[in-house]
Design a protein around this ligand. Structure first.
Ligand SMILES: *Cc1c(COP(=O)(O)O)cnc(C)c1O
Length: 487
C-alpha cells in the first residue's frame, strides 16, 4: 500500500506549502513565546532532573500534531534550557545569534542542499567559495588562498594540522613519531586531540610558555624549536592562537611566522575566537601577521554571532588542500565521471562528505547587515570587557587577571583571611551555586595551578551594569558559602 495523503503531507512539497508555512510559523511563535517567558539564562537544573522528562517520552507513541509536540518540548527542553541572549549568561564562547542567519537556517534546511558536490548544491558551491575568498582576503592570505567551511574550530584545527603533517612529511620524509607541534600552554585542547588522531606520538605537542599577558613568548618558542632540532625531531607545526579560549590572548603572529618558517614548520593560526576581529574596523590590527599563516581557523559561531555550526579552515596555498582529496566513483570521480572536465566539488577540500550549507548564514548576514555591522558588535563586546575590567580592578572584593585583548575576564573572590588554597576550594562552589540559582552563569578554569571564575562576554546587548550584576552574584555566593562555614 502506498503511503496515505495524510502521511505524505509531512513531506515538504509545493502541494504542502500551506502545512509547511503553518507548522513553521507555529515554531517561530512558540520560540518567541518561550523567549518572552525567559527570566534568566538558566534554571539550575541538575542532570537527573533534566533527564527525567526526556526519558518519560515514549518515542513509539507519536503525538501526530506539531502544536502538541512543541508544547511537550517546553517540558523536555525549553523551560530549562540556557539562553545566550540573557545578560546574566557569561560562561562559554556561545553567542546570541543574528536574525539574518536564522532566516538563512530556514532555507538551509528547507532546500537541504549538500555542499559536497556541485551537483547537490549548484550556486551554493559558489556562495561558499565566494565567502571563503572574501574571508581569505580579509585575512590577507594572498591570491592562492582557499578553504572550506567546517563544523567548528575543532575540525578546522584538525584539518589544518592534517595538511601540516602531510606537507612536512612530503618534504622531510620524517616518520610520524618524530613530528612535533608547538603551541602555547594556553592553546586549545583540540590541538592535542588532533595530534593523537593524526597518529603523532603522545609527546608530540610541546607547550610553549607565555608572557604576563598570556601570549606565547617568542624567545620560548625559539628555544623550543632549537630543542626539537637538537633532539633530532622535526618541527611539524607552530600553532599560534589568536584569542585563547581562557584569556582571549593573541599570540605574536608575526614572530610566530618568522620562527616557524625559519625552521621549516607550518604555521597554523587558531583564530576560532579572535577571528571576529577580521571585520572590526578598530581592532583589525590585532591580527596583523595572520596573513603569513599557512592555515587559519575561524569560528563564525563565536565572534561572528552565527548559530552553531559555522566555521572555516583557510589555507594560504590551495594546492595543500590536495592532502585531503580522495576520489570515489559514485561521488567525485577523478576523470569527471563522463563529463569533459571535473566539476567544482567542495568535497575535494573537506574532511566531511555530506555537509550543511552553513555558509548561507554568514552570506545572508553580510548581505543584510554588512561586515562593518558585525565588526561593530565584536568591538562592543571587547569594549564591554575592557570597561568591566576597569571597574573590577578597583573592586577589593575580587581579584582580576590582566586586561583582556578580547572579551574574557578571569576573577576570584577575595576576603581578609582567605588564603589562595581556600579561594581555590571556593571557586567551584561559587560556580555551582550560581548555576543552581539560574540568574548568572559563569565558567571556571585553572591558571598556573589556581582556580579562577571565567566570564566570556559575547553579548552585544549587555552593559557594564550587567557584568557587575554577575560579579555581585559571585560575591554574594562567596559570602554565603563562607558564612555557612563560619556558622
Ligand atoms: C572554541 C575554540 C576552538 C574549538 O572550536 P569548536 O567550534 O568548539 O570546535 C578551537 N580553538 C579555540 C582557541 C577556541 O576558542
Amino acid at each position: 500500500m502506498p503511503p496515505t495523503p495524510a502521511l505524505l503531507r509531512h513531506v515538504l512539497h509545493p502541494a504542502h506549502a500551506g502545512e509547511y508555512a503553518t507548522a513553521t510559523r507555529l515554531a517561530v511563535d512558540h520560540l518567541t513565546t518561550a523567549l518572552g517567558r525567559v527570566r534568566g539564562p538558566a534554571t539550575g537544573l541538575d542532570p537527573d532532573r533534566a533527564a527525567k522528562p526526556v526519558r518519560d517520552v515514549d518515542l513509539d507513541a507519536p503525538l501526530g500534531c506539531t502544536a502538541q509536540a512543541l508544547a511537550e518540548l517546553d517540558r523536555v527542553w525549553l523551560d530549562d534550557t540556557v539562553w545566550f541572549h540573557e545578560p546574566g549568561y557569561a560562561a562559554h564562547l556561545n553567542c546570541p545569534v543574528l536574525i539574518p542567519s536564522l532566516v538563512a537556517e530556514v532555507l538551509v534546511s528547507g532546500v537541504n542542499a549538500s555542499l559536497d558536490t556541485f551537483d547537490q548544491s549548484v550556486g551554493g558551491t559558489f556562495v561558499e567559495r565566494h565567502l571563503v575568498d572574501w574571508v581569505c582576503e580579509r585575512a590577507g592570505l594572498g591570491p592562492a588562498a582557499d578553504g572550506v567551511f567546517t563544523s567548528g574550530g575543532t575540525q578546522s584545527n584538525l584539518q589544518g594540522l592534517h595538511l601540516a603533517r602531510d606537507h612536512v612529511r612530503a618534504r622531510t620524509g620524517a616518520d610520524l613519531d618524530r613530528l612535533r607541534v608547538l603551541v602555547s600552554v594556553d592553546g586549545h585542547y583540540s590541538v592535542q586531540r588532533s595530534a593523537r588522531l593524526l597518529g603523532l606520538s603522545p609527546d608530540a605537542v610541546m607547550a610553549v610558555p607565555v608572557d604576563g599577558r598570556r601570549r606565547m613568548r617568542p624567545d620560548a618558542l625559539a628555544d623550543a624549536l632549537s630543542q626539537v632540532e637538537a633532539e633530532g625531531t622535526v618541527p611539524m607545526a607552530v600553532v599560534a592562537t589568536a584569542g585563547t579560549t581562557d584569556h582571549g590572548a593573541i599570540d605574536p603572529l608575526g614572530a610566530a611566522a618568522d620562527l616557524a618558517h625559519e625552521h621549516g614548520a607550518w604555521l597554523h593560526v587558531d583564530a576560532a575566537y579572535g577571528g571576529g576581529l577580521l571585520v572590526s574596523r578598530r581592532r583589525r590590527h590585532l591580527l596583523d601577521g595572520i596573513e603569513r599563516a599557512d592555515s587559519v581557523t575561524v569560528d563564525f559561531h563565536k565572534t561572528w554571532f552565527q548559530p552553531v555550526s559555522c566555521s572555516a579552515v583557510l589555507v594560504r596555498d590551495r594546492a595543500h588542500l590536495r592532502h585531503v582529496t580522495a576520489h570515489a566513483d559514485y561521488l567525485n570521480p577523478a576523470d569527471g565521471g563522463g563529463l569533459t572536465t571535473r566539476r567544482p566539488d567542495q568535497v575535494d577540500k573537506s574532511l566531511q562528505t555530506t555537509r550543511r550549507f552553513d555558509a548561507l548564514k554568514l552570506w545572508l548576514t553580510l548581505r543584510v547587515m554588512g561586515a562593518d555591522a558585525v565588526g561593530e558588535l565584536v568591538d562592543a563586546v571587547v569594549d564591554l570587557a575592557q570597561a568591566a575590567h576597569q571597574r573590577l580592578r578597583e573592586d577589593d572584593r575580587v581579584e582580576v587577571l590582566a586586561a583582556p585583548e578580547l572579551s574574557t575576564l578571569l576573577l576570584r573572590p577575595v576576603a581578609p583571611g582567605l588564603d589562595a588554597a581556600a579561594v581555590d576550594a571556593l571557586v567551584p562552589r561559587v560556580r555551582a551555586a550560581l548555576w543552581d540559582g539560574g540568574e548568572h552563569v559563569v565558567a571556571a578554569t585553572v591558571v598556573d595551578g589556581r582556580r579562577w571564575l571565567k566570564l566570556t562576554l559575547l553579548n552585544p546587548m549587555a552593559g557594564v551594569e550587567d557584568v557587575m550584576s554577575v560579579v555581585e552574584g559571585i560575591v554574594a555566593a562567596a559570602d554565603d558559602l563562607l558564612g555557612e562555614k563560619a556558622a
